[in-house]
Ligand binder design. Sequence first.
Ligand SMILES: Cc1cc2nc3c(=O)[nH]c(=O)nc-3n(C[C@H](O)[C@H](O)[C@H](O)COP(=O)(O)OP(=O)(O)OC[C@H]3O[C@@H](n4cnc5c(N)ncnc54)[C@H](O)[C@@H]3O)c2cc1C
Length: 387
Amino acid sequence: MNNSSENEHILMLRETLQRFIDNEMPADLVRKWDKDNHFPAEVHRKLADLGLMGLTVPEEYGGSGRDIRATIMAIEMLCGRSMAVGGPFIQSTCYAGLNLVEVASERQKRELLPRVVEDGMIFAYGISEPDVGADIAAVRTTARLDGEQLIINGSKRFCSGAKISEYIYTLVRTGPKENKYKNLTLILVPTSAEGITFEEQDALGLKGTGTYDVTFSDVNVPLDHVMGEEAGWNNAWSMLIGPGLDIEKIEVAAMALGIASAAVDEAWTYAEEREQFGKPIAAFQSIRHMLADAKAKLHACRAVTYHAAEMLDRNEAASLETSMTKLFVCETAKEIVLSCQQVLGAYGYIKEFNMERHVRDILAMPILGGSSAIQKNNICNMLKLKK
Ligand SMILES: Cc1cc2nc3c(=O)[nH]c(=O)nc-3n(C[C@H](O)[C@H](O)[C@H](O)COP(=O)(O)OP(=O)(O)OC[C@H]3O[C@@H](n4cnc5c(N)ncnc54)[C@H](O)[C@@H]3O)c2cc1C
């Protein structure tokens, strides 16, 4: 982001976040959260106390207004220090806040949005299943109507942060599969409901929230937990492909940007401090060029991410730009982090340094929120490339 074009509220937010990160998220604690796969609930709570969960929520529901650029900046900064804080922040502001703002009924907004803003209420995404990856409309989990209750059966996979969430934003089939994009519904399933079981998957990175297999066995949920209530019944597909999906793509880009940015800072400092052959390794042209390439790529990643965020703030159609951003930033951030790991040599491969965590975390970014291959398909389809 160009400093001269930053307006005052963005500058103030940046300062507030930097102070928060320095005071509440020291590097040694962050390494411990990662090692113990620990969610620091008290840090999440303090973010809510600062009013930061309100960045995606209009003032009438207690927030500070729907500000995508500010949200993206907060995601970049928090994820640059710790995914154990940045991940749950996204789960509150975006999975809960933005989705409620975009598609909930008025009653649901009035009831749930203040809880996002004040308490940092967390949602998990229950979309993927054991046999359902990119083809999300093929979900097999079902909900059957029984009077005023829904009876849910099936299983979800890769449900990140399920155990720290109040609700799972669950995609289910609610009618015949004659057209796979119809008869799908999103249901807010309380994680405390009877009949839900969780089993943690042992993932390489993104520690803190954990990712879970979730099984629903005759889980009873009141009908008013259908997202959007009457308007949402059998209508999930249009909710999923709305502006929320565009924002989700740049949320992932912002996570990748934060991780890559931290890796570049650490490689830069290391190169100036580490000496070999009687001089800092930063004196060797191969290291200088790696760092110059990393800085240039990072600059380009940041420019496209904030450009897409500003388009979304202006409510412009940005599906193409957000797909390009998700693809470019996640793939480029992976290259950046892997080259920064080279700068640290052997120290980029051991747990005492942050770099190995950045490597583990960045590898998920081209997979999450629509893989790189899916974004390439989207780009060709939106630009009507003939088959
Ligand atoms: C750490 C982590 C956290 C996650 N958190 C969540 C979560 O909270 N909630 C949730 O619902 N899901 C979550 N996911 C799942 C994630 O969204 C899926 O991994 C993603 O949708 C892709 O599904 P898949 O991995 O099963 O791949 P598949 O769809 O099986 O694809 C496998 C490979 O085939 C390629 N491919 C698939 N279809 C096509 C196509 N049409 N054209 C070209 N190539 C194709 C893919 O790009 C990929 O390379 C998480 C995943 C990870 C790794």
